[in-house]
Write a protein that binds this ligand. Structure first.
Ligand code: GLN
Length: 304
C-alpha cells in the first residue's frame, strides 16, 4: 500500500475519535486559524513524496523552528554550545521558570523556551544581521527562497510574551545572556513566526534523516555526528513534558509547535510533517500525535 493510502485510512479512522483540544490562544494571532485544518506530507531521503489533506497551506511552525536555530548555532559553536545549554529532558512545560532558577540560568535543553532564547543570544553575538542570516540559513536548508517570517505573528507574540521576557531576564541575571534582552526576544519571536506548509516542513527537515545532507541539493548542513545528536535531542526533548509519551507512542525523534505542527524523522528513511491546530494540555497537536502513532503502528517501523 502507498503511504498516501495509509494516510487517508488513518485520517478516516481518526474521524471516529472525539475532536479534543484547543487552538493556542495565548498568542492572539494564532487563534485566527481554522481548527479543522489537517495536512500531512512525507518526503523520503530518495525524494519520493506523499501527501494528504491541507498539506500545502502555510501555518506558523512556532517551536519547530527551534531545531533550525539550534542547527545553525551548533555549526558555529561546536561542542562549546553545551556550556550554556544542556541536553537533558526537562519534564516541564515549554515555558517553565521553576527549573531555570534551580539550574542557575542554564536551561535543560535547547528546545524549551529558555534554551531557544540562549540559542537566539548565541546567534545574535555571531552576526551583524542575525535575522537575515537566520532566514538565509533556513532557505538553504529548505532549498526554498520563499520561506519567510510572519510579521503579524511576531508582533502578536511580542505583545503577550511576558513569560519569555521573565525567562530571558532570569538567565541574564545569571550571566547566560550576552546581548540586550529586548533584542534576544525580538529575534526569538521572529524565529517562531516562520511559516511553512507541511510539504515545505517535511522537505526542510530531510537533512536530519540524511546524515546532515540536504538530499535535493547534496548540500552538507552538518556532519553525521551532529545530525545524530540533534535527533537525540528531539527524541528526548521535542515534546516537553510529553516527550516520553511521544517516544512511547510514535517511536521517532520529533518536534512540535503551538501552531499545531509536528515534524518527525525516521533517520535514513523519511521526514514527515503533520498539521492539526487543536492542542492537548501539554501544548502539542492532539490529532497530530494520534496520527503519527497510528502511522508508525501501521507500518510497524520506528527507530526501536
Ligand atoms: N513562540 C512560542 C512561545 O514562545 C513557542 C512555543 C511552542 O511552540 N511550544 O511561547
Amino acid at each position: 500500500m502507498k503511504y498516501s493510502d495509509i494516510f487517508s485510512q488513518i485520517y478516516f479512522d481518526l474521524e471516529n475519535r472525539p475532536d479534543l483540544g484547543q487552538v493556542a490562544s495565548y498568542i492572539p494571532e494564532l487563534k485566527n486559524v481554522d481548527p479543522a485544518m489537517f495536512g500531512v506530507h512525507l518526503t523520503t531521503v530518495d525524494n519520493c513524496e506523499y501527501s494528504f489533506g491541507d498539506s500545502e497551506v502555510k501555518f506558523s511552525i512556532q517551536s519547530i523552528a527551534k531545531v533550525l536555530s539550534l542547527t545553525m548555532a551548533y555549526t558555529l559553536e561546536g561542542e562549546n554550545l553545551w556550556k550554556r545549554v544542556g541536553v537533558e529532558p526537562s519534564g516541564t512545560s515549554f515555558n517553565s521558570l521553576v527549573q531555570l532558577e534551580h539550574n542557575k540560568g542554564i536551561p535543560r535543553n535547547p528546545l524549551i523556551n529558555g534554551g531557544a532564547l540562549v540559542i537566539a543570544d548565541v546567534l545574535i553575538s555571531h552576526f551583524e544581521n542575525p535575522k537575515q542570516e537566520l532566514l538565509n540559513f533556513i532557505r538553504l536548508v529548505s532549498n526554498n527562497e520563499s520561506i519567510d517570517f510572519c510579521e503579524r505573528i511576531q508582533a502578536s507574540e511580542k505583545e503577550t510574551g511576558f513569560c519569555n521576557a521573565a525567562l530571558v531576564n532570569l538567565m541574564k541575571s545569571y550571566g547566560n545572556i550576552e546581548n540586550d534582552v529586548e533584542e534576544v526576544l525580538d529575534f526569538y519571536y521572529n524565529l517562531c513566526s516562520i511559516e511553512m506548509t507541511c510539504k515545505e516542513l517535511s522537505r526542510t527537515f530531510l537533512y536530519l534523516a540524511n546524515n546532515g545532507i540536504v538530499p535535493a541539493t547534496q548540500q552538507e548542513i552538518i556532519c553525521p555526528s551532529m545530525s545524530k545528536r540533534i535527533n537525540a535531542i528531539m527524541q528526548l526533548c521535542g515534546f516537553y513534558d510529553e516527550a516520553g509519551e511521544f517516544s512511547f507512542k510514535v517511536g521517532l525523534p520529533g518536534k512540535s509547535g503551538v501552531g499545531g505542527g509536528i515534524i518527525a524523522i525516521h533517520p535514513h528513511k523519511y521526514s514527515i510533517a503533520v498539521w492539526s491546530p487543536k492542542l492537548n494540555l501539554k501544548g502539542n497537536s492532539n490529532k497530530g500525535i494520534w496520527f503519527l502513532e497510528s502511522f508508525t503502528s501501521a507500518l510497524e517501523t520506528s527507530i526501536f
